[in-house]
Design a protein around this ligand. Structure first.
Ligand code: MF3
Ligand code: CO
Length: 281
């Protein structure tokens, strides 16, 4: 996914409103999957839950068939980072489970992921997931307050540094522009580079998705050609939201509250961007 300097698709308010509808479907699927996530469930059970929510909303799952991907969700457990394929694996107490879901409504995409650590959790795994989630929200806040996209990676690195734990920050997989396709330019890096990145302006919509590990950052892909695991076998977490930048600020399209609660903690006010005469979803 080397988007390089390809053209960015800047959205109108009406198009962002369409993306919000996709985002809500993804948020609903997340909620239903969370409720079903427990030891004894299989990863395929979770996939079925998400498939039902998306179908009942009249939406389309975006992962299914994407480059031949065989499921609605990616469910990545323990040392799996992303792109785990749901199947008959039975979840166990203490598992670190990352769930990634994408949906399409009227051609517009939403994409989001969360990690849940099952009961009997190792506190260090809970801390891993919390640090990754904090990195996500810091990255989103950087979209609200910054000038350039590179601020996301700086924010992620700052959160990791402040945690006092030497987490690995995955580099091979990155966030991305999103809109009429799931993956668009620009790339959204989770680490600092010399380039400041694209200028942040109204209509830019991106998926921010940091992935942290409890060990080294290096990855490898399993024989199934999908599942990405840590090379050192350390556990990983993945959090993601689809975010729209509007004229007044950011709007987290895949969060039911638009990101209001988590961003308030960071001193950022959410700014839904609505076409004239419409009301917030
Ligand atoms: N949601 C992933 C991402 O964040 C993509 C999933 S890959 C797929 O970019 F093949 F499962 F679709
Ligand atoms: Co994504």
């Amino acid at each position: 996914m080397a988007f390089g300097r390809e053209k960015i698709e800047y959205k109108t308010a009406a198009q962002v409103a369409g993306m919000r509808r996709a985002g809500i479907v993804v948020a609903d699927a997340h909620a239903a999957v969370r409720a079903a996530l427990r030891p004894g469930a299989t990863t395929a059970d979770l996939d079925a839950v998400a498939a039902r929510v998306i179908a009942e909303a009249g939406a389309t799952p975006s992962f299914l068939g994407y480059h031949g991907y065989p499921a609605v969700l990616c469910v990545s457990v323990n040392e799996e980072i992303v792109h785990g394929i749901p199947g008959d694996r039975v979840l166990e107490p203490g598992d670190v489970v990352s769930v990634d879901c994408g949906a399409i409504v009227d051609g517009w995409h939403g994409d989001a992921a969360f990690t849940m650590v099952l009961p009997d959790a190792d506190p260090a795994d809970v801390a891993l997931s919390e640090a990754t989630e904090a990195a996500l929200w810091a990255g989103i806040a950087a979209l609200a307050t910054g000038e350039r996209l590179g601020g996301v990676g700086e924010a992620v690195e700052d959160v990791v540094e402040a945690s006092g734990v030497r987490y690995g920050i995955v580099q091979e997989y990155v966030g991305h522009g999103i809109g009429s396709a799931m993956h668009q330019p620009p790339e959204v890096l989770n680490y600092r580079t010399r380039e400041k990145g694209a200028r942040l302006r109204a209509g830019l919509c991106v998926a921010v998705e940091p992935m942290l590990t409890r060990g080294k950052r290096h990855t490898r892909v399993l024989e199934d050609d999908w599942t990405v695991v840590t090379q050192d076998g350390s556990r990983a977490a993945h959090w993601e939201h689809t975010v729209a930048i509007g004229p007044e600020g950011v709007w987290v399209l895949t969060a039911h509250d638009g990101g209001a609660a988590r961003l308030a903690e960071l001193g950022v006010t959410v700014a839904p961007w609505l076409p004239e005469g419409s009301t917030p979803a």
